[in-house]
Structures are given as C-alpha cells and as structure tokens.
Ligand binder design. Structure first.
Ligand SMILES: [Zn+2]
Length: 505
C-alpha cells in the first residue's frame, strides 16, 4: 500500500512519488497577518497538519515551509491608519497565529519565512524574469508578468485563454493599474513605491525601481530560495492551500517560478482543501460571532474535539460547523480521552500479549493506514479508531491486558490525528478554559473536605486562571496560581497551549 493523493494539476488521484526517495518538500501558503486567522483558515492548516503528520508517520523526512505574509495592501492601509510601521502592526497577529496554531496542536513547520525577510530573493526573481523578457516595467513604474509570454498559463485552474480574458476571474484581476499594463491579464510582480508605502516602511530599493513585492511573488521567491538552500532543489514535492487560492494565486506562483527556473513544474503535487462554513441558527444565536480559534477556546472547547470534527470530513469536501457537529465531536473526543485513561491504567503485558489484542492492533494499523494512504481519507481513519476503542473496551472488560501491538496501534492514531483530549490524573491533564460548573455553584477559596471533590476543585480554579489570563488579568491569574500552590497543586502550561493541574503537595 502506498500513498495516493488527489493532484489538482491532473484532477486525479495519483501515486505519490517524491523527487528524492524518503523525503518530501512541502510548501503551504500561510496567513496574511493583518488580523486573527479564522476557523476556515485553520481548517486548511489542520488538513496540512494531517498531511504532514501522515507523511512523517510514513517515514518521510519532511521539509515544511509555511510563509507569513506581512506586507500587502490591507496591512499598509491599517498600519497607516494607526501611524505604526508594518512590522509593529503585524507582529501581534503573527504571534497570535502561532498561539492559535499551537493550541490546535498543529506541528511546527520547519521554517516560517516572513515576506519582509525575503525581499532579496524576490528582487532576484524579478530580475531573472526581466532578463528573460517575461516581465516588463509598466508606465507606472511597477513590474508586471506578461502572461502572453508564458504559454502554460492556466493549466492548474484549467481556464483557457478566452476565459482568462473575459471570465469572472479576469475581471477581478483588472481592478487596478489597467492602463499601465500591456495586457489586462498581467499581474504585478513588484509595485512601485507610493508615499503611503514609505510612511509605514513598506518600500525597498531594487535595480528596477523602489517598491514592494506583490503577494504572488512572495510565495515563489521564498519557496525557491529555501528549497535551494536546504536541499539544492527547484521543484517542490507538494504545494498546498485552500481551494480559493487555485486562481489566481497558485496559477501565478506557477507562472513566475517555472518561467524563472525553466522547469516544467513548480510543484509535483498541488493539494487544495475545501471551505468550512459556520452555519446553523442555533450556533449563531448561542455563540454569536464564533469565527476564530480563540472564540472556540474562550467557549471552553477542547482542541482535540476540533481536530476530530475537522478530520471527520474529507479535506476535499465542504463542511459546516454546527452546534450538532460540535457536540458530536466533543462527545467523541471525550470517549477517546476515557479510553486513553483506561489504556494508561491497564497493566502491561509486554512478554506475552493476548492474541485478541494483537489481532485488534494489527487490523487497526492496516485499516487506518489504508484509509490515510487513500488521499487522506480521515473520516474512514476516525471510524477505524472508534472501532478500535470499542474492541479495546470489550477486551479489557473480559479481563485480559493489552501489550505492545495494541499500544502501538493507539500511539499511531494519536500521533497522526492528535484528537485525544488530555485527562486529569494520567499526566495528560487538560483543563478547558471555561470548565462548566453547575448553576449557582461557587468555587470556594479552600479545597472541599470531601477528598473525591478536591481534583474538581483544582480544575475549577485552573479554569478560572485561564479565564483571567485570556482577559489579560495577569494579577488575578497569578493570585490563583499561588492559591492552588498553597493547597498543593501546580498549574502546568503545556507546549500545545493546554493547561493541566498536578498534585505536588
Ligand atoms: Zn502562496
């Protein structure tokens, strides 16, 4: 069984064969850091995280590049309105992106290049295209890509030339600087500096005139520069992003990159994730504008449940975020957490694992792997996980103990889906930011005398502390930390953004 992926270039599921055996280069278009990325953006990032994790579980070495766009029209406008530089304006949003990403357990990319740190390679790329006569300087001082001189244009989006001229995509492109271009379809590689760019530090010197990079140029230049530096290559194995990026963004990336390198392809595989819609009147009534991971976090939703929810739908299908789907994911995630705790407590039987556990483990590994190898069929992979839980519970009920094969099966799914919530008391403790309490229930400053309720008390305060912290009330957060400490509990901030309490006294 080998990995097969749907390639937007061919509109077919193809055998995945990397340029070099054993390793995969992967470029994923990152956020424009001008506000908080919403859950729809994060659906794409989660799909890419699943892809990355599955490649690594399949023993590939992965070079994962994800850019942060920290210069564009919106950023310049917002920074100008606030009287700050683009760097000052974008930095908090870049940090927020990483915070949200870690909370959702999205693995660190190998490198997160920022556009403003790669202006030199962008200038080199423009110079190369000018030298080849594929780019030209317009009357407005900007540099444009001449689509007429790149015959392969339109291959990815499968728009033919006529459509490009008259279709909806073309008219959207023509919005600005129409008269400066030779052809309405041409797009800007480099935009001549304007006073408002200078005011916020968004202008750089270049041999072809002072200005700033266009968005499409950023991705090509950063991908090619890092790929060359790291692996001395010019063709990516995988380029991924949301479906909305196919045209014009990815089409333009291909045009610039291939025209520059002279290679037939910029990436062997183009993968695109579908949209997530937030729907359902109940949801909008109850949660209001629930659109970013921080909104979900503030509502006490476990990141494990969000992962389970997102992976429950194949990445190429549209999905709706509704009250019902969210509750189902929470319930599913809770069941996974319970089973994880039960498995942790089960005594080891490394020497001689009972045959039913070996069989369950092996069958699971085969089914789970086949599902993900089949164009990342995560919905089927999750179905296999719940069957494993059911069988595992049944076997544990019968009094036998799991061994290495069964535990390996569990670790495999945990490492790829990361959809098991952390459970208090097992060293995997996770406290939702707003743990629900019963109506009128008051959190006392001293622990209850009933020993069975002490842990719930500590969790309650840890949750209060998170609430204080997310309201940026750090004095209160510290006070709660000290209160817990006095009663023998320590709050631990986990790397993935979750929090746990551990009894230390
Ligand atoms: Zn891009």
């Amino acid at each position: 069984m080998a990995l097969r992926l749907f390639n937007t270039l061919s509109r077919q599921v193809e055998d995945f064969v990397p340029v070099q055996p054993g390793r995969v280069s992967m470029y994923t278009c990152g956020p424009t850091v001008w506000n908080y990325a919403h859950i729809g953006n994060f659906r794409t990032f989660l799909f890419e995280d699943l892809l990355r994790r599955w490649l690594e579980a399949s023993q590939y070495q992965v070079l994962h590049i994800m850019n942060l766009t920290d210069v564009d029209d919106r950023i310049i406008k917002e920074a100008g309105a606030r009287g700050v530089s683009i760097g000052q304006f974008t930095e908090p949003y870049a940090q927020a992106f990483h915070e949200d990403r870690r909370w959702l357990r999205i693995r660190d990319a190998t490198v997160y290049p920022k556009a403003t740190e790669y202006v030199k390679p962008m200038i080199r790329l423009v110079e190369g295209l000018l030298a080849k006569g594929i780019a030209y300087k317009g009357e407005d001082g900007s540099v444009y890509f001449a689509i007429a001189r790149f015959p392969a244009y339109g291959k990815l989006s499968q728009l033919d030339r006529r459509e490009l001229k008259t279709g909806a995509g073309a008219s959207a492109r023509v919005a600005t600087d129409e008269y400066a271009k030779e052809d309405a379809r041409d797009f800007a590689l480099w935009k001549a500096a304007k006073p408002e760019d200078e005011a916020v530090g968004a202008a750089w010197d270049a041999p072809f005139g002072r200005g700033r990079p266009g968005w499409h140029l950023e991705c090509s230049a950063m991908a090619l520069d890092i790929l060359k530096r790291e692996w001395n290559e010019e063709v990516l194995d995988i380029h991924a992003g949301g479906v909305d990026l196919i045209f014009p963004h990815h089409e333009d990336e291909i045009a610039q990159s291939c025209a520059y390198t002279g290679r037939a392809r910029f990436a062997q595989f183009w993968l695109h994730g579908e949209f997530l819609n937030v729907r359902g009147t109940k949801m909008s009534k109850r949660f209001g504008n629930i659109t970013t991971p921080r909104d979900l976090r503030a509502d006490g939703i476990d990141p494990a449940a969000i992962r389970l929810l997102v992976f429950g739908t194949h990445y190429r299908q549209k999905m709706d975020l509704t009250d019902e789907s969210l509750s189902a994911a929470k319930e599913g995630s809770r069941r996974l957490g319970e089973f994880a705790a039960r498995l942790d407590k089960a005594s080891p039987s490394d020497a001689d694992e009972p045959a039913p556990f070996v069989k369950a483990g092996n069958e699971f590994i085969a089914r789970f792997s086949a599902a993900l190898d089949n164009d990342l069929n995560s919905a089927e992979a999750i179905a296999a996980v719940f069957d494993l839980v059911r069988e595992g519970n049944r076997l544990l009920d019968s009094g036998i103990q799991p061994g290495p094969t069964f535990r390996e099966a569990w670790r495999l799914q945990d490492g790829v889906l990361a959809a098991v919530p952390d459970v208090v008391g097992t060293g995997r403790s996770f406290i939702p930011a707003f743990e629900s309490r019963g109506e009128g229930e008051v959190l006392e400053p001293t622990p209850p005398t009933d020993a069975s309720r002490v842990e719930a008390w500590a969790r309650g305060w840890a949750s209060e502390r998170l609430r204080a912290r997310s309201a940026r009330n750090f004095v209160e957060a510290d006070r709660i930390r000290d209160l817990l400490k006095r009663h023998g509990w320590e709050v631990r901030d986990n790397k993935d953004g979750s929090v746990g309490v551990v009894r230390v006294g």
